[in-house]
Design a binder for this molecule. Structure first.
Ligand code: AMP
Ligand code: GLY
Length: 432
């Protein structure tokens, strides 16, 4: 094993705000050696060199990592996990942060996740799965009311339809079977839960589970949770409405699932993301993701004290311990700046200004997502979610105000953001 003074060269896969936040934290580690990203974005290239490798090709990533003396491959998004990139790197003895394919199915197959939850005795919505569209259609017709329809596989956050009545359920079944390619070969129909949502990320080496701080994403595009679902328009951490009992239940659920996966012969290492609904009967699992959340990472990591290189290596080699991570007693709010039209179609190539000015505000960091640096140094938009503006402060109100003050300073044509990120924490659970 590497001595603690040894530097580790790192290859980080991904190009979102999550990856920029991970890179920022990795770069602060005394153990960080040379940093590479594939493909990265306009902001990440200030901290790392671009690696010319396809992040979704297991063979290419493993070969590139070997050729460049990489001591840690960090997998940001889900797609490389489901291609088996972690397995390929581990097979040539390169440490990886992220689960092998068999365990990444916690995100890659909703049915697999439900079966693990069932064996682990973890509370989640009642469900049934179908491979035949007519059978699923007959089932939702019999239910004749609200239900949730989900494509089994990866559908870029779009494969979930919350149906208010039988007609929406029928349309949802048709969409899931036909609009998501092979991700919709299996379709789940589940019970509708209600309550506030909360994300809990946890680091694990397959045995030890270290929960990170709670956070709450805002998935809808517009204020008041209106409009289409997005990758996430803003987030805050911690979530004050979560009671200590609920947090203990959620932590216990994460531990039971990790234990079950080890018992099943599909041990999980990396970050396990639990998406919970705080129902009147207690927290229940909506979904698991096999990676850090985006934008959750942009508020959780800035509050975390840890040597992220050490922690990630420990997740891979089975030496993770709770004392590697501690928390600042502060608050973080992140507001996502998006391109007009997102999550539908949008224009790219709009010049971005004001980031430097925004970052002069105390506690403010601007994480890049859909940005690109042109050869002449101009920064332009290149995606739907363009930037996440994070502010950390001693009080929730101060963090929220600072994040919006910074967001206003940043300009690009078609910029839009939600103006109510964090309002749920302010108005309180009883008024939701
Ligand atoms: P998922 O990707 O499974 O987390 O689903 C996306 C969103 O759909 C969640 O954040 C919830 O807002 C909603 N959702 C998913 N499952 C349910 C459920 N069983 N009951 C109510 N809402 C749900
Ligand atoms: N913020 C939702 C996700 O990362 O899936």
């Amino acid at each position: 094993m590497a001595s603690t003074s040894e530097k580790t060269n790192i290859l980080l896969l991904g190009s979102g705000g999550r990856e920029h936040a991970l890179l920022d934290k990795l770069s602060q580690s005394p153990r960080a050696g040379k940093l590479y990203v594939a493909p990265g974005n306009g902001g990440m290239l200030a901290l790392a060199e671009r690696a010319d490798v396809n992040p979704e090709s297991p063979v290419e990533v493993a070969a590139w990592a070997l050729a460049h003396s990489i001591g840690l491959v960090v997998i940001g998004p889900e797609a490389p996990l489901m291609e088996g990139v972690a397995d390929a790197c581990r097979s040539v003895d390169i440490p990886v942060f992220g689960p092998n394919l068999s365990a990444a199915r916690m995100e890659g197959s909703k049915k697999f996740a439900k079966q693990v939850m069932g064996r682990a005795g973890v509370p989640t919505a009642a469900w049934r799965s179908f491979t035949d569209e007519a059978e699923a259609a007959a089932y939702v017709a019999r239910l004749n009311g609200p239900c949730v329809i989900k494509a089994d596989g990866l559908a870029a956050g779009k494969g979930v339809i919350v149906a208010a009545d039988a007609a929406e359920a029928a349309a949802g079944v048709h969409e899931c079977f036909n609009a998501f390619g092979s991700a919709g070969n299996v379709v789940l129909v589940e019970e509708t839960l209600s309550g506030p949502e909360c994300s809990l990320l946890a680091l694990t080496d397959g045995k030890t589970v270290v929960p990170l701080a709670t956070s709450q994403d805002h998935k809808r595009a517009y204020d008041g949770d209106k409009g289409p679902n997005t990758g996430g328009m803003g987030v805050y951490s911690p979530v004050p409405m979560v009671t200590p009992e609920e947090l203990a239940t959620m932590t216990g659920i994460m531990e039971r699932v990790v234990r079950q996966l080890a018992k099943d012969g599909t041990p999980y290492s990396g970050c396990l993301y639990g998406g919970f609904m705080l129902t009147p009967e207690g927290p229940k699992v909506l979904e698991f993701n096999a990676r850090f959340g985006d934008p959750e990472t942009q508020v959780v990591l800035p509050r975390m004290h840890a040597d992220l290189v050490e922690v990630m290596l420990a997740c891979d080699n089975g030496t993770l311990s709770a004392d590697m991570v501690s928390w600042e007693d502060d608050w973080a709010v992140a507001v996502v700046l998006a391109s007009a039209g997102y999550p539908g179609s949008y224009e790219k190539g709009k010049v971005i200004t004001g980031i430097e000015q925004a970052e002069t505000l105390p506690g403010v960091t601007v994480y890049h997502a859909g940005t690109k640096l042109l050869d002449d140094g101009t920064l332009v938009t290149s995606g739907g979610r363009v930037l996440a503006v994070t502010a950390v402060a001693a009080t929730f109100e101060a963090a929220r105000e600072r994040a919006y003050e910074a967001a206003e300073l940043i300009r690009f044509d078609g910029r839009f953001f939600r103006t109510d990120i964090g309002m749920k924490a302010i108005i309180g659970r009883e008024n939701l």
